[in-house]
Write a protein that binds this ligand. Structure first.
Ligand code: F0G
Length: 365
């Protein structure tokens, strides 16, 4: 039987490691590419979701973190630092623990989901709540890494992008070629950068032009469609947002570090970056759980929200293969499932412990 060995061991020849590298891994990657029948039927496409919530700490960040922590350890680091809206801190804390490194995380006070906060604390990170937003946290984390002996493991660290590009490799390996479209949420813009890099490196065009000695795997490249939350949509607006807002706290970011790279991914692929409202995000979040059986956190639904929005505007493709990355698990931030479509609290039925009462409550009598 084939046992998945984590993204570095699975894609060793395409990542910056040597035979002597001691790999820090929790077995990340190998996540399911799930056919989404309802989205497919509605839009007239073949739609898959890449369920990144199935990674060891519940988000796609683990792909980048195995590489960043492996590289930090190889370089002799004793401590790492990151700024985070939650998932990066959970991932950094877990991988640093396995590597035996100290981990400091800077998070915006009061603006990270409980599940993520719990993870960072459980793994023993030095958790600092900053009176400011993610962009402020990242600025401080960068300065900290410049002036003190700590390694920065945000996605401005190229090792993070290297690890995260394996998401594309897995999609192509599963489908047999690249999809026509790849949709995903955009926050700090590391992931869209990484996916595009992965698709390029796997394609014939890249192999020919860049003279790569590795075999090309795909004949085509997808159009990259990225979606920001409307209250935190600097790339769409064309200027930084000083006070980003959205219920999708994971992508509550006003000045993405990989802004330029995200625009390159968009333009080189013939894609787009647009915004979706919080209402559209929550609708897509409900759609995924209630119609497709996939439970994600709100930010993770931004790509699906984008497809629904483009479909309704008559701007979605037909007959295409579409992959949408859903980036983090619903258990990270479960409160949103307990609200109805109208925003009211869901109140589960209570009954006495006899079969007739239960049958009554179920409408079986
Ligand atoms: N979805 C989730 C669940 C995220 O946690 C993030 C980013 C994104 C999407 C956006 O990805 O930043 O690569 O464009 N979370 C970071 C964090 C910022 O700190 O956990 P991106």
């Amino acid at each position: 039987a084939h046992v998945w060995r984590g993204v570095i061991n699975e894609y060793r020849d395409r990542l910056p490691v040597t035979d002597r590298t001691e790999v820090v891994t929790l077995g990340e990657g190998g996540t399911p590419l799930i056919h989404a029948p309802q989205l497919s039927e509605l839009t007239g496409n073949t739609v898959y979701v890449k369920f990144e919530g199935m990674n060891p700490t519940g988000s796609f960040k683990d792909r980048g973190m195995t590489m960043a922590i492996t590289a930090a350890k190889e370089a002799g680091a004793k401590a790492v630092v990151c700024a985070s809206t939650g998932n990066t801190s959970a991932s950094a804390a877990a991988y640093a623990t396995q590597a035996g490194l100290t981990c400091a995380v800077l998070v915006p006070e009061g603006k990270i989901a409980m599940g993520k906060l719990s993870q960072a604390i459980a793994h023993g990170a030095e958790l600092i709540q900053v009176r400011g937003n993610f962009d402020n946290c990242l600025e401080v984390a960068r300065k900290l890494a410049e002036n003190y002996p700590v390694f920065l493991v945000n996605s401005v660290n190229p090792n993070r992008i290297e690890g995260q590009k394996t998401g594309s490799f897995e999609v192509v390996d599963t489908l047999g070629d690249a999809p026509d479209y790849h949709l995903l949420p955009v926050g700090n813009a590391g992931n869209i950068t990484a996916y595009w890099k992965g698709y390029k490196e796997y394609s014939e065009e890249y192999a020919a032009r860049d003279g790569s000695t590795l075999p090309a795997v795909s004949t085509k490249r997808p159009k990259m469609w990225g979606f920001q939350a409307a209250g935190s949509a600097p790339i769409v607006l064309g200027h930084p947002v000083t006070e980003p807002e959205t219920i999708a706290t994971a992508i509550r970011i006003g000045n993405p570090a990989s802004w330029k790279q995200a625009e390159e991914a968009r333009d080189e692929s013939g894609g787009l970056i647009e915004s979706v409202t919080d209402e559209e995000i929550l609708e897509a979040h409900r759609w995924l759980s209630a119609k497709e059986g996939v439970f994600v956190e709100p930010a993770s639904a931004a790509g699906v929200a984008g497809l629904l929005k483009k479909f309704r505007a008559g701007e979605a493709p037909r007959g295409a293969t579409i992959v949408i990355t859903v980036t983090g698990h619903g258990l990270k931030d479960p409160q949103w499932a307990l609200k109805g479509a109208d925003g009211s609290d869901v109140d589960p039925t209570k009954v006495d412990f006899d079969v007739v009462s239960v049958a009554d409550a179920l409408g079986l009598t």
